[in-house]
Design a protein around this ligand. Sequence first.
Ligand code: C2E
Ligand code: MG
Ligand code: MG
Ligand code: MG
Length: 275
Amino acid sequence: YEAKRTAQQVVAYFPELGHRARELSEMSTRIEKALQDNEFELHLQPILSAFGGQLHGAEVLIRWPQKNGEFIPPNKLISVAEQTGLILPLSQWIVLNSFKQLKKLKAHGFYGFLHINLSPKDLESEEFYYFIEMLVELDPSVSKSIIFEITENAMMTNLNAARKMMSKLSKMGFKFSVDDFGTGFSSLVLLRELPIDQIKIDQSFIKNMLNEPAAYAIVESTIFLASRLNCNVVAEGIEEKKVEQALIKLNCDYVQGFFYSKALSIDCFRKRYLR
Ligand code: C2E
Ligand code: MG
Ligand code: MG
Ligand code: MG
């Protein structure tokens, strides 16, 4: 009762807050229902070898189709899920279904990595860990084909939790990629303290590298740093041939971007890249 009264007072003083709270709670009800009704889809964006263009893997990107034929942007979906405690069931749904799809893709000749994005809350959750442990017990071969992508900021939110979760999962054979590298805080401490296998250079650097000397210098140095740390590098957000050429010159390992393909439904991905 007290909490409700306080909420009413807050809403009375800050009407725009009330609006936001209502929007959040409406969205969260819809997300819960969408989980029950299996409304979400996983799409795949190819990740290719920079030199040679062979398929190296694919990033799993969630899509929430609406009746009007549009998608709710994943950034929005994930952010609401994070604010309403639904991120855990959502992440579990994503992991479970990515593992299932991996099996099917392998049957069609896929031997690359599936990249799965994780949220900061996932790293702090024992329940999430036990969920993954259970899935690995059911199919121990899965872990060696999975790279978890975690942003710098997510790792920094709770460095201790990240360290514990990542070391347990890497012992099981999972690999880790630092997503949106360069946009967070204190990225270098992560590279010293966490079991990182891959660095994904943020799109903002890639998009501007040919017209902004600072962006170019950061891309060049990141590729050098990664090689010194025995990490491989993915450049994301490539939209032009000349950016690809520049990245090949710098010895970037892998490339991802609209220049090659946007995220595709699993059927399209299979038709285009597999047998
Ligand atoms: P991200 O993990 O950095 O994913 C890359 C985003 O960049 C994707 O957007 C992708 O479609 C987009 N992208 C790829 N290449 C290009 C390009 O050449 N140009 C441009 N303009 N964009 C490109 P998307 O699918 O909208 O996802 C946005 C963010 O939402 C992701 O950023 C990730 O942080 C989050 N997200 C998406 N799916 C999931 C998921 O399954 N779980 C979690 N936790 N987060 C997800
Ligand atoms: Mg990602
Ligand atoms: Mg990214
Ligand atoms: Mg991003």
